[in-house]
Write a protein that binds this ligand. Structure first.
Ligand code: NAP
Length: 411
């Protein structure tokens, strides 16, 4: 339920007025985010007036930031409605409405000592509530640079100029990692690095062709030489979907198209993972994270080439895990479903739209309908999952495909 509906349902009520005033100040959220906010505390504002006291208690519990506002509103409401209290009103509300207003003695310090909340913007306060799970959003946005999951770690992202690579690089930095991000096109990687540093993260951009074996080895050597440790390596190198005949049935694919994902993704994953594994085995720690998609298992038409490459990557990951595991190195793969805000999937949707005349919303709904949860998946979902797999919280995840496809492709 959108937050706004709730407040309109009780317009003449003091509590709802305070909350509405408060919401006006959330104008620094964009309308999309705002319309998807679901604030359990505020939903309870729908309760009839006799239960407002309970609402205040709930507010204090779930959103202390809103609690004092609601509290004063409830008191004001109870005071002005003393005569109007219904016979069957909640005893606590009746009690509150009869009690004289307590007068504070300015000479005596409050007991127990009150902690003065630091002043913060509404957006900041919402972010804090979100991070503590007090507020849920149906669609989540990328987190700010506040996490600590990867504090002190050095993370390397290849193909960081792309949509998924950039989202992952930003998320790893947001979780405290020093991010060494590289890509083919200098301006793309540097733009991502600027975003990270602007958000007070640590980014080290470089131009590296992730298909160039010698360049990758030298780059990894430089990082290890510079910072001594290599904790996380992730590769998001891609190709344009038309290059591998995406959308064509296997019987219509050319050999050249079929080979593109093999000679680019699989080859690049091998080059970067091997370079990482060589150093990680020596230092006896680290994690190599692979990325595949739901076509690793047949469930859509026109994905033969990319699906075959994904299958190969998953098998490579497993073999590597077996060999590097005894040295304390993890090798793990994240299998996702189509990220509807990634370039690859936008290209796919544009191609389908051109053929069928379907709108983007219809196509996203169609993609979402293929998974169990019937929700679209985003690059932020992928980035968060990679950050988790990179962290010590996932220390026993190795040799496995973590299926984050929402059920789109099961084993
Ligand atoms: N999108 C999804 O939903 C999805 C699902 C499952 C798996 N994947 C896989 O995730 C990967 C990235 O997808 P995406 O949607 O983020 O694609 P994208 O936005 O097109 O990004 C691909 C990136 O790879 C870079 N690149 C290409 N060749 C390179 C090379 N030799 N060396 C270094 N960088 C190179 C490109 O560099 P430039 O900056 O020069 O263009 C681009 O920045 C692909 O392998 C894709 O198959 C994606």
């Amino acid at each position: 339920m959108a937050g706004g509906d709730v407040f309109l349902s009780a317009e003449d009520d003091t509590v709802s007025r305070v909350v509405r005033q408060r919401l006006k100040r959330t104008s620094d959220l964009n309308p999309h985010q705002y319309s998807h906010l679901y604030i359990p505390t505020l939903v309870r504002i729908q309760a009839p007036s006799a239960r407002h006291l309970k609402t205040g208690a709930t507010a204090r519990k779930f959103a202390p930031d809103l609690g004092p506002l609601l509290e004063s509103a409830i008191k004001a409401s109870a005071k002005s409605n003393r005569k109007a209290l219904p016979a069957g009103a909640h005893p606590k509300l009746r009690d509150l409405s009869q009690r004289p207003e307590a007068k504070a003695d300015p000479a005596r310090p409050p007991f127990p000592p009150q902690r003065q909340p630091a002043k913060m913007s509404v957006l900041e306060s919402l972010k804090r509530s979100l991070s503590k799970g007090r507020i849920q959003m149906r669609y989540t946005r990328e987190d700010s640079m506040t996490g600590t999951l990867l504090q002190g770690k050095n993370a390397v992202v290849f193909g960081a100029g792309g949509t998924i690579g950039a989202a992952v690089a930003k998320q790893l930095a947001a979780e405290g990692a020093d991010v060494f991000l590289s890509g083919r096109t200098k301006s793309n990687v540097e733009a991502v690095a600027r975003e990270i540093t602007a958000a007070e993260g640590r980014a080290h951009p470089a131009v590296v062709d992730a298909l160039d074996e010698a360049a990758v080895e030298e780059y990894i050597d430089d990082i290890v030489g510079h910072s001594r440790r290599l904790d996380v390596v992730f590769n998001a190198v891609g190709a344009l979907v038309h290059e591998y005949g995406n959308g064509k049935h296997a019987v219509d694919l050319s050999v050249e198209e079929f080979m593109v994902p093999l000679t680019r993704f699989v080859k690049s994953e091998f080059i970067t993972a091997r370079a990482a594994a060589r150093r990680m085995v020596q230092q006896r720690s680290g994690v190599i994270i692979f990325l595949t998609g739901s076509p690793a298992r047949g469930h859509v038409e026109g994905a033969t080439a990319i699906g075959t490459a994904f299958g190969a990557i998953e098998t490579f990951m497993e073999n590597l895990a077996f060999e590097v595991g005894p040295a304390g190195v993890r090798s793990v793969c994240l299998r996702i479903t189509a990220n509807t805000d990634s370039r690859s999937i936008e290209d796919v949707m544009n191609a389908v739209a051109a053929k069928t005349g379907a709108t983007k919303d219809q196509l996203i709904t169609g993609i979402a309908s293929m998974n169990f949860l019937k929700v679209p998946s985003s690059i932020a979902d992928t980035a968060r999952a990679v950050a988790f797999l990179a962290s010590d919280k996932a220390r026993l995840f190795t040799g496995t495909v973590v299926n984050s496809s929402a059920g789109a492709a099961l084993d």
